[in-house]
Write a protein that binds this ligand. Structure first.
Ligand SMILES: C[S@@+](CC[C@H](N)C(=O)[O-])C[C@H]1O[C@@H](n2cnc3c(N)ncnc32)[C@H](O)[C@@H]1O
Length: 202
């Protein structure tokens, strides 16, 4: 795909593993162009809070469902030092010359055989030691299907603050898990307009 000058710079900075410069670069973008690359651009403070929350929860691996280009996941992995894996639909699109650059290795859903072990394989583990992440995900039915497969205990949701008036499913503060046991542990702003929430299952 044609790369504009912002994307060219992003590529150089991500290859240099300079996540701070990536965040600084995003500040030069007009608001209406920011979501072209990423739905939410995290603040440094939010990354610090995320680091301590993951530490508190004993989580060192994340599986991001519907990660898109994986740029947020790349920023999280580089800044916090956790391992981040991505899952997307439509391999043929993401591997085509029309698709945007991917910043992490993508896994693709296997519609023929979606077993719990598939989520573990995406994270190179046989344990349930990873959290699921849904960032601006908008498919409640698929969200609940992933929960059915997931036998771990931490789900992280990133999405708009209620007052912004943008719909996502799950919404960070009102996720419908459709099964008992999940509780909202904490949440904070990841950017000016967006929230990151942490649900745990005992
Ligand atoms: C609004 S985009 C958000 C992308 C990215 N998380 C971000 O914040 O920039 C939602 C993404 O979910 C993906 N998606 C939709 N249904 C999915 C499913 N059943 N499993 C995995 N990904 C899915 C779409 O392909 C799309 O990339």
């Amino acid at each position: 795909m044609f790369k504009d000058s912002f994307e060219e710079q992003l590529l150089v900075l991500t290859q240099a593993k300079d996540w701070k410069a990536v965040l600084e670069l995003s500040e030069s973008l007009p608001l209406d162009r920011k979501s072209k690359y990423l739905w939410t651009w995290p603040t440094g403070e939010a990354l610090e809070n995320l680091k301590s929350t993951l530490h508190q929860l004993g989580i060192q691996k994340l599986l991001s469902i519907g990660c898109g280009t994986g740029l947020l996941e790349w920023i999280i992995a580089e800044s916090i030092g956790v391992s981040v894996y991505g899952l997307e639909v439509d391999r043929s699109w993401w591997e085509s010359s029309y698709s945007p650059t991917s910043y992490i290795k993508l896994n693709f859903i296997n519609e023929i055989c979606m077993q719990p072990s598939f989520l573990q394989e995406c994270c190179d583990t046989k344990k349930w030691d990873f959290a699921l992440v849904f960032c601006f995900f908008n498919n409640g039915e698929a969200f609940r299907e992933y929960l059915r497969l997931y036998h771990g205990s931490v789900v992280i949701i990133v999405g708009p603050s209620p007052e912004v008036g943008i719909h996502t499913d799950p919404a960070p503060l009102k996720a419908d898990f459709c099964e008992s046991g999940w509780k909202l542990l904490k949440y904070f702003n990841i950017s000016n307009d967006d929230i990151i929430s942490f649900y745990t299952k005992s």
